[in-house]
Design a protein around this ligand. Structure first.
Ligand code: SF4
Length: 761
């Protein structure tokens, strides 16, 4: 059934004021000002909470959570509740910008024709001289599935380059690698509601309370039903404070911990022999390796107590149904894929797949972290999680696109390898959309050199991000409220954004920009789209019969079911909320054990750099902060970065709360105020990574890559820290009272305050 969005009213709106909760007959009636409520979803994290955008005239003026969406049930976190403020933000880009007189000239207003014709001409010139692969595409995973699909096709068909990749490479790609190696399908095994069926939930490297706040409510519901909670994290995060067992492991030692837990499970007879025999391959090799990981030895590696590891393994192993949740803490490592595989090994050994409350899944950080990694914008992928080197997949996609197979490029560089290719001048031009590597990539000084050295750098964005500041041409794109399209949530549920308003000024919808540019590159016949729905229909045809099969999904079915879980192979199918009930994703239907050796992080502390630096998110910001740092409330709550340090270490180094501290690594240095806490390991410091320029934590981080998925090791590097009298360059523009207040607020959060639970020693 199709919904008439224009006249749509959510239940209850006619009679109640949502601000006051009072009947509408009250003197102040906000309804009078609202023309329509557009049901949609939050643009930020992978939870994709349901919300209504309140529209008055041609403006989005507010937001309300949707009660009817089963994941957030009327709740939003601070980011979701303020997301609408980006739509009419005064910083929005409203016309194209170009540097007309070379790299050092200012960005000046341009017409669309001038900007797009220049891009098309320069791309053709560069490719004529240096080959098609001299131009790269760098896209994002916060875009809709339709846009992600379009970017992959644009790269291969319109530009003809093999170098196309996306910023999900920096996010969940380790989980992708683990899913591909162990389970054969790259998707969450379970819907979020499965938490309510779990006896034990094991969270490894996921700050659920801050990064996925609404998921916390499911955790509490599960706890209310008696579910036990194990948390492994170097920081005592909000959920760690209430865990039954908290394992404050040393950063980068996750696979050692998981192997030791498997060791205990084996020795204590807690493996599910029947499940292993019927549904898996490769157990013996993994079993013999795990038996070498004695908890006493591993405790020394991880900086934990052996009895805590044993206790956690028993609790997990004895559960009838247990879930493992991971996120970037486990994945942002040079052994990130191994870490994910070690989780899958533990879950497979205990038969924890294919039934309610049993599974392993990553919590995707980006809004479309799931869909973005299956729509064919990745370096080695075609739509539907198809393999670009597989002859059958290539032939099928070429038949849909109507191109000769010889014209379909092969796999190219992942995003993280595009940077060195730019430095080598192998890549000489780049079209970037929905990405901000000048905050998000490690070793920022090197990234800046690479982007500044391009012959032509084009950025499409809706704000002038730190990266757009370096571009030769900036194209003003759209925000989520100005377009329709689907995303796929961290559960694997395909949901739909609905358009509320038009883009401001001369800004255009992203897909229209890309199709226009394709026409100017002489490939318009392959991009004849006049609506997002047409892109969606071609996209789902491309996925027909593939692992990530969207063929049976329609916009109408998404509306009627409040989302559809893929695979959904036929028009009759209602989708697949829980995977692996009967078979895994490999041809024989069985999962694969893979023995995992613990290998230490690429950089370990030494005399010169005695601390471990780890980085991550805070509740008030999303990824590179390009949007949330412009949102007044979020900016007020977390205006600048800080360095979290344990009280004991701070005392030893003469550092007090709010002192300026300088952090140094082999890549660079940055200065920020200290936040002295008792909720982090004494050998570890933490900096949030949402900030740019000299506030970027990624000035410090290690660009070493995970071998399979090429994700950087953001979560572990060696660092030195010292108190300094020298305030950073940005201190001049900071009101010390604002900064102190923000840090004080941080202390008020449960994660950072002194805790009644045992502190980390
Ligand atoms: Fe929900 Fe995530 Fe948006 Fe918060 S940021 S409202 S948890 S989708």
């Amino acid at each position: 059934m199709s919904v008439d969005w224009h006249n749509f009213r959510p239940q209850g709106v006619e009679t109640y004021d949502f601000h006051s909760g009072r009947p509408k007959e009250t003197p102040w009636d906000s309804e009078e000002q609202i023309d329509r409520y557009v049901p949609t979803h939050c643009c930020y994290c992978g939870v994709q909470c349901g919300m209504y955008l309140k529209v008055a005239g041609d403006k989005v003026v507010g937001v309300e959570p949707r009660e009817d969406f089963p994941v957030n049930h009327g709740m939003l976190c601070p980011k979701g509740a303020t997301a609408y403020q980006t739509v009419n933000h005064p910083d929005r880009l409203t016309y194209p910008l170009m540097r007309r007189k070379g790299k050092n000239s200012p960005l000046e207003r341009a017409t669309w024709d001038e900007a797009l014709d220049t891009i098309a001409r320069r791309f053709r010139e560069i490719q004529a001289q240096h080959g098609n692969d001299a131009v790269s595409i760098y896209s994002g995973s916060s875009m809709t599935n339709e846009k992600c699909y379009l970017m992959g096709k644009f790269a291969r068909v319109a530009v003809g380059t093999r170098h196309t990749d996306y910023n999900g490479r920096l996010c969940m790609s380790s989980a992708t690698g683990a899913n591909e190696r162990s389970l054969g399908i790259d998707r969450a095994a379970n819907p979020i509601t499965d938490m309510l069926h779990a006896d034990v939930i094991f969270v490894v490297g996921a700050n659920v309370g801050e990064c996925f706040p609404i998921v916390t409510s499911w955790l509490w519901k599960a706890r209310d039903r008696g579910c036990k909670l194990i948390v492994a994290d170097p920081r005592q995060t909000p959920i760690a404070r209430t865990a039954d067992i908290y394992l404050p492991l040393r950063p980068g030692t996750d696979s050692a911990l998981l192997n030791a837990m498997l060791n205990v499970v084996i020795r204590e007879g807690l493996v599910d022999e029947e499940f292993i025999a019927a549904r898996t391959n490769g157990w013996e090799e993994t079993r013999s390796l795990a038996l070498q990981y004695d908890p006493e030895q591993v405790a020394k590696i991880c900086g934990l107590r052996a009895d805590a590891i044993i206790e956690a393994a028993r609790l997990y192993g004895r559960a009838k149904a247990a879930m493992i949740y991971t996120a970037r803490g486990l994945e942002h490592q040079s052994k990130g894929v191994d870490n994910g595989v070690a989780c899958a090994n533990l879950a497979l050994a205990t038969g924890n797949f294919g039934h309610p409350g049993a599974g392993y899944m990553t919590l995707t950080g980006q809004g479309n972290g799931q869909g973005g990694r299956e729509m064919g914008q990745k370096a080695s992928q075609l739509p539907g999680e198809r393999d670009i080197e597989d002859p059958e997949d290539r032939a099928y996609i070429c038949s849909v696109w109507g191109i000769d197979e010889n014209d379909l490029p092969h796999s190219g560089y992942p995003a993280t390898l595009q940077i060195p290719a730019m430095l080598r001048q192998e890549i000489r031009a780049c079209f970037m959309i929905c990405s901000n590597p000048m905050v998000s990539l490690p070793d920022q000084h090197t990234v800046e050199r690479a982007l500044r050295g391009l012959d032509l750098f084009v950025v499409t964005d809706f704000f002038l991000s730190e990266t757009a500041e370096l571009a030769d041409i900036v194209l003003p794109g759209s925000v989520w409220a100005e377009d329709e399209g689907t995303t796929t949530s961290l559960e694997g549920r395909v949901i739909k954004y609905n358009k509320a308003v038009e883009p401001p000024g001369e800004a255009r919808r992203d897909w229209e920009i890309v199709c226009d540019l394709a026409r100017r590159l002489g490939k318009g016949q392959y991009f004849p789209f006049s609506s997002v729905r047409e892109i969606f229909d071609e996209m789902r045809l491309c996925t027909k019969g593939a692992k990530a099969d969207y063929w049976g999904i329609t916009y109408e079915k998404i509306d009627a079911q409040n989302g559809v879980f893929w695979p959904c192979p036929t028009p009759e199918s209602v989708g697949t909320p829980r995977l692996y009930e009967e078979r895994f994703g490999f041809p024989d239907g069985k999962a694969r054990f893979n023995p995992i050796y613990y290998i230490p992080p690429a950089e370990e502390p030494d005399g010169e750099y005695p601390m471990v630096l780890t980085t991550g998110r805070v509740i008030y910001h999303y990824l590179s902060g390009n949007q949330t740092r412009r949102t007044p409330f979020l900016k007020e709550m977390a205006p600048y970065p800080w360095v979290e340090i344990h009280q004991e270490t701070a005392d030893r180094l003469g550092i007090r709360d709010n002192d300026w501290v300088q952090v140094r690594t082999r890549r660079g240095e940055m200065t920020a105020p200290a936040l002295v806490v008792r909720s982090i390991r004494p050998d570890t410091i933490f900096i949030p990574y949402h900030y740019g320029h000299s506030q970027a934590a990624n000035i410090l981080t290690n660009p070493v890559l995970e071998p399979m998925m090429k994700i950087p090791e953001y979560k572990v590097c060696a660092a030195a820290i010292a108190r300094t009298e020298q305030a950073p360059d940005w201190a001049a523009e900071v009101n010390p009272a604002v900064l102190a207040a923000a840090l004080r607020k941080r202390h008020e959060l449960p994660s950072a305050s002194d805790s009644p639970r045992p502190t980390l020693r």
